[in-house]
Design a protein around this ligand. Sequence first.
Ligand SMILES: Cc1cc2nc3c(=O)[nH]c(=O)nc-3n(C[C@H](O)[C@H](O)[C@H](O)COP(=O)(O)O)c2cc1C
Length: 143
Amino acid sequence: MKVTVITGSSHKKGTSALLADKFIEGAREDGHDVFRFDAAFENVKPCLACEYCTSHDSQCISKDSMTALNEKLLEADMVVFVTPLYYYTMSTQVKAVIDRFHANNAKLSGNKKAILIATSYGADDETMEGLGKTYEAIIRFLS
Ligand SMILES: Cc1cc2nc3c(=O)[nH]c(=O)nc-3n(C[C@H](O)[C@H](O)[C@H](O)COP(=O)(O)O)c2cc1C
């Protein structure tokens, strides 16, 4: 399986980076082809909502790290999001990548599995509620 892992923390040795490392290690051991994209260390401009992509064959007006990531995203069988919880949702680094899906919504829809891995300081039942709802809505939209 081709797997694209998108991480969203600027802590190179943080909790979510460790979980990403372990996930990737296991996936590779099982023979999967893994591409890792550490969004915090890449150049991902925010979506401008300019709709340039709708009239330019899904090309984005911003030329940045998304060009390389899109290639991997489009061919991926599975996309894994790894994020620290920031104010009850995903980090800005991961959200910026997801916003840029806008250029390829149709091509990304209905043909992939997805996994969310998240870390937080809090550990009560409500901690992940906001992130869970947002993630489920995004996955429903792209199903
Ligand atoms: C800006 C910011 C917002 C945060 N918001 C939350 C939160 O809403 N709930 C929570 O439990 N932890 C919150 N945390 C704590 C992080 O989710 C937690 O420390 C996480 O494990 C960091 O992972 P990392 O080391 O991989 O970056 C926040 C941390 C930061 C820096």
